[in-house]
Write a protein that binds this ligand. Structure first.
Ligand SMILES: Cc1cc2nc3c(=O)[nH]c(=O)nc-3n(C[C@H](O)[C@H](O)[C@H](O)COP(=O)(O)OP(=O)(O)OC[C@H]3O[C@@H](n4cnc5c(N)ncnc54)[C@H](O)[C@@H]3O)c2cc1C
Length: 450
């Protein structure tokens, strides 16, 4: 009989895992519930054919050759922009800062900056072990900066007080460094590993990593990357079944031995790579976790896709709005990633916002925020404004969430031993390159290939 592996979920982790695993199996099948594969790395196309991504999805080299050789095998410099730095800015305390995404504490009132700095310099490094976010922030960044910067910011993003969140929730939002001095002072301070872990140079060009970052040219959106990887998978003989749900799973001797698909087919896998929520597998194995009364909660992310007829006033590829009273969080300025549409006088951006369950937003409010942040001047016309709601985007990471995800993962692995849990849905890693490195490490451990 043919040796076969099934990969459930056709997001980036599912696609990468299938390609990595193919040399080990005669048959590899990807099962994807949606009509297209790619997960959150698909792009959205508006009525005028303009592409937008689900947030700032810019892949970068991991510097692990096996991973990079798969991910970037087909990246042709004629069709891709290649950068050595992320050009990122932020809006904080009423002013725009184009040189870094991190909050600049020098903008705080002088006394508050100085008071906060003493605690910051005496605090722990970011590797400090503490589950509760409030205690973690106070210990690492000090009481002053926690109260002035992180408490309002986390309330804006997650809508929950610090004391109810797990430290991991903070690490999802790339806000873990602060600018506390000019270049020379920061360079001196960074000689301490503790301070290095939580401080940023005032300019992203200073101390930036050398790995390459990639974005497709010609209004193709990051979905182009998924197309390249799909082509690679098909060339290797991997089968991709879209619009395909699982109707049933048969388990024998602690193994998944058969998967019944919604199209009536049956698959008899030797190995199952599960890159979707583990509770779905538990349900198929007749283990009902919902009865325990816990359901992971997610932030409602809104992706607002805006097109205007004037170029943006900032040079950044993306920027963070760190103002706790504004709804916008991360803004991606596509003309600063690739120029193709600029020649046609089309300027597009994506504004990501996170909403509490009952919160509302409106188009005018977001446009006003873009003006306030100096991204737009007053003389533009809006050519289009669409938005998409992502219900299960960023998890709200509480201690209960961490415990429940661990219980679900352990439960799966205790019932079936031919399954590998991977991907964002597993609840341990969130960012795409982190989920990919984790997948590579787990699969390498199992199959012994570097
Ligand atoms: C709004 C937002 C912005 C983000 N921005 C960034 C960023 O800037 N940088 C970054 O590194 N990361 C970012 N991320 C995280 C990034 O998107 C994930 O790391 C990445 O998508 C993980 O890939 P995955 O394959 O694990 O999951 P997904 O991309 O979610 O793919 C899972 C796939 O499984 C499919 N599926 C679900 N259920 C089933 C089922 N029952 N059967 C079959 N298939 C199923 C889904 O349709 C989907 O295609 C962002 C996430 C969100 C929500």
């Amino acid at each position: 009989m043919k040796k076969s592996a099934v990969v459930v979920g056709g997001g980036i982790v599912g696609l990468f895992s299938a390609i990595y695993l193919k040399p080990e199996f005669d048959q590899v099948v990807i099962l994807e519930k949606d009509k297209e594969i790619g997960g959150l790395l698909k792009s959205i196309t508006n009525e005028d054919g303009i592409k937008f991504d689900y947030g700032t999805h810019i892949p970068c080299e991991t510097l692990i050759p096996t991973i990079d050789n798969i991910l970037f095998r087909d990246v042709n410099p004629a069709e891709w922009e290649i950068f050595s730095n992320f050009d990122v800015g932020n809006f904080f305390l009423g002013s725009i800062y184009e040189n870094s995404g991190y909050a600049n504490t020098l903008n705080l009132p002088k006394e508050k900056y100085q008071e906060g700095l003493i605690d910051f310099l005496n605090g722990e490094g970011t590797d400090y072990q503490e589950d509760n976010l409030e205690r973690y922030l106070n210990k690492v960044y000090g009481k002053g900066y926690t109260e002035l910067i992180y408490e309002p910011l986390m309330k804006k993003i997650v809508g929950e007080p610090l004391c109810s969140l797990h430290t991991k929730s903070f690490k999802l939002f790339d806000i873990g460094r602060l600018i506390v001095g000019d270049y020379n002072l920061t360079k001196e301070l960074k000689k301490s590993a503790t301070i290095d872990s939580k401080s940023a140079y005032p300019d992203y060009m200073q101390g930036a990593s050398a790995n390459k970052k990639f974005y497709p040219k010609n209004n193709q959106g990051i979905t182009r990357w998924m197309e390249e990887l799909t082509k690679q998978a098909l060339e290797l003989g991997i089968e991709i079944k879209t619009n395909c749900d699982i109707n049933g799973i048969k388990q024998e001797d602690e193994k998944i031995t058969m998967i019944e698909l919604s199209n009536g087919e049956y698959i008899y896998p030797e190995k199952v790579i599960w890159s979707v929520a583990p509770y779905i597998l538990l349900k198929h194995l007749d283990i009902v976790r919902e009865s325990k009364g816990f359901k992971p909660e997610f932030l409602k992310s809104i992706i607002c896709n805006v097109v205007v007829d004037r170029n943006f006033k900032l040079k950044n590829q993306y920027l963070y709005c760190l103002d706790p009273n504004m709804k916008s969080y991360r803004i991606t300025l596509y003309p600063n990633l690739t120029k193709t549409l600029v020649e046609k006088n089309i300027f597009n951006c994506t504004v990501e916002i996170f909403l509490d369950k009952d919160m509302e937003f409106n188009k005018q409010e977001i446009i006003q925020e873009l003006i306030k942040m100096s991204i737009l001047d007053e003389s533009f016309n809006i050519l289009s404004f669409d938005y998409k709601v992502i219900e299960n985007g960023f998890p709200i990471i509480t201690e209960a969430y961490i415990k429940e995800m661990k219980t679900q993962n352990d439960l799966v692995l205790s019932k079936v031993n031919n399954v590998i849990l991977l991907g964002k849905a597993k609840g341990e890693k969130f960012f795409m390159m982190d989920t990919l490195i984790e997948a590579y490490e787990e699969l390498t451990e199992m199959y012994g290939r570097g």
